[in-house]
Write a protein that binds this ligand. Structure first.
Ligand code: CA
Length: 522
């Protein structure tokens, strides 16, 4: 009975009697997770991109709690990250190391423990795992990646059948979440998980925002034209660059160029994405993008000018989908405020991983370079020590399950490897981890990102690229070391540089020690 759950006494809970509005005084949990959002796109983080496309509602969460500057995932890709959130385990421990199945059915989800402890639990939106949701009183989930327009959902009652709903995914998921909050049992605490499809590729904005930011030119990141000098083969063979791997029709919305050569999966995805729109929606969509495409089709820029054009088209649509998220998160926050729930509810806002907004010439995730490894994390918490504060401790998505159980006063099962963030929220002095471990396994796959693992402390990052090359790739055994203080954009690999001999030895030792400790696999 290792995982037997027992309720902690109410005295141990962080919420004070004065704050408590529930009969039993336990905290409610609102967990909002988006798909592929960068910290660069949340204005609370202060990045130049978000200054031009602010997210006032997401910032409200930070204002009511803590912004985590150094939050990371342990594997920067959807399904593994989602399984880690639910189980509190590293990818190789729960089995979902890659996008395809693998999550071991005997692993427990933290929601199961909450449910056993008397929490009302619900999940709305993206699921993206092959196993059934466990520990939810109710759920309404998208099919696989989900669609932006008129998506299909299934529920425990739909008997495996997906049912199509008219509307825009971000809005529909929010409607469902608020509807559930309204009908909930007021005498019991709740945990609601709201998992948006946005801002995932192919970045399809809501019709009303198709022209938002149209007159703005967003700043390009310093490394948009990274030449990968000092980097290994993995940066020359990937298929995730703004310059060469965005589909004209699918990603860039130039339907006039739908027959331009592109990767096969991008070509097929275009028809799938467009098929979910109804005639009326498609008419509005085509009118707007046809108008926008006119000048581009007339001039057909080349070289760097073309890359810059692609970047603007990509980043604007990406930020437009985030604008919808911001507005819809605002509706949930309004509900919580209007119903006097801010004082006994923790609100977690995060993404399943970070994302490249052109850094290193990339538009995706997967790599251990900062923007995808690092992930936005904002937590509103009534008993936070300093509202609007910033935390620079190294936290990771293995910490979410222990944190939410801890908040609920439920004992954290020993098998969970992360640590509760509650002491950080309360501003308590605590002996925190000094480094975080990362591993990416999904190769060969979309994007051709090579397998790698590594370790990052508060200044340095060591990465090992490894594994047999498939198809046209060579075998790889390559190391990288970055000094993030001197080289924050990670363009200067200093591995084997004599000046960094000691640092390299220390990190190498720490990495091996960590891999042994967690029984890491190749
Ligand atoms: Ca994702």
């Amino acid at each position: 009975m290792k995982n037997k759950v027992k309720l902690a006494s109410f005295l141990a809970l962080s919420v004070t009697a004065a704050n408590a509005q529930l009969a039993d005084g336990r905290m409610n949990i609102v967990y909002i997770m988006v798909d592929d959002q960068s910290f660069q796109s949340i204005s609370a983080y202060g990045h130049p991109l978000s200054k031009l496309a602010p997210t006032p509602n997401l910032d409200r969460i930070a204002e009511n709690g803590l912004l985590f500057n150094c939050a990371f995932v342990e594997n920067s890709i959807s399904a593994p990250s989602r399984a880690t959130l639910l189980t509190g385990l590293y990818s190789h421990q729960h089995g979902q190391t890659r996008l395809d199945g693998g999550l071991q059915s005997d692993k427990h989800f933290f929601t199961e423990y909450l449910q056993q402890a008397g929490y009302q639990t619900a999940l709305f939106g993206k699921w993206h795992l092959k196993v059934e949701p466990k520990g939810f009183d109710t759920y309404k989930i998208l099919n696989d990646q989900g669609e932006y327009y008129n998506p299909v959902f299934r529920t425990p009652e739909s008997n495996g059948e997906f049912i199509r709903e008219e509307g825009y995914a971000t809005n529909l998921i929010t409607d469902d979440a608020i509807e559930w909050l309204v009908q909930r049992d007021r005498d019991k605490p709740f945990c609601i998980m709201v998992h948006h499809k946005a801002p995932h590729r192919n970045w399809m904005p809501d019709l009303q925002y198709l022209d938002l930011y149209e007159d703005i030119t967003f700043p390009e990141p310093a490394t948009l034209f990274d030449d990968y000098n000092t980097r290994g083969d993995q940066m020359r063979t990937h298929e995730l660059s703004v310059a060469n791997h965005l589909g004209y029709a699918f990603d860039l919305k130039v339907r006039q160029l739908q027959n331009e050569p592109t990767l096969k999966y991008i070509h097929n995805s275009f028809y799938i994405a467009m098929n979910s729109m109804n005639e009326k929606q498609l008419k509005v969509w085509n009118e707007v993008y046809d108008r926008k495409n006119k000048a581009f089709l007339a001039s057909r820029p080349t070289g760097k000018e073309l890359v810059s054009w692609k970047y603007q088209r990509y980043i604007k649509d990406y930020l437009r989908t985030i604008h919808s998220v911001d507005v819809q998160v605002g509706r949930i926050l309004d509900y919580l405020e209007n119903n006097n729930l801010m004082n006994n509810t923790i609100i977690v806002y995060t993404s399943d991983q970070g994302f490249y907004n052109g850094e290193h010439g990339l538009y995706d995730k997967r790599f251990m370079y900062e923007e995808a490894f690092r992930t936005p994390l904002l937590i509103a918490y009534p008993s936070v020590k300093k509202k609007g504060g910033k935390c620079n401790e190294l936290v990771q998505n293995i910490d979410y399950a222990p944190t939410l159980l801890n908040i609920a006063g439920v004992e954290v099962p020993k098998e969970m490897v992360g640590a509760s963030l509650l002491p950080l929220l309360k501003g308590e002095k605590v002996d925190w981890r000094k480094s975080v471990y990362y591993q990416f396994y999904d190769y060969p796959s979309v994007g051709r990102t090579r397998k790698h693992y590594g370790i990052r402390d508060n200044r340095y990052k060591l990465i090992h690229w490894y594994g047999e090359g498939k198809q046209k790739d060579k075998d790889i055994d390559y190391w990288e070391l970055y000094d993030l203080k001197k080289d924050p954009t990670e363009v200067n690999n200093v591995y084997d540089n004599p000046k960094y001999k000691k640092v390299q030895e220390r990190l190498f030792y720490e990495l091996q020690k960590k891999r042994e400790e967690i029984h890491a696999i190749e």
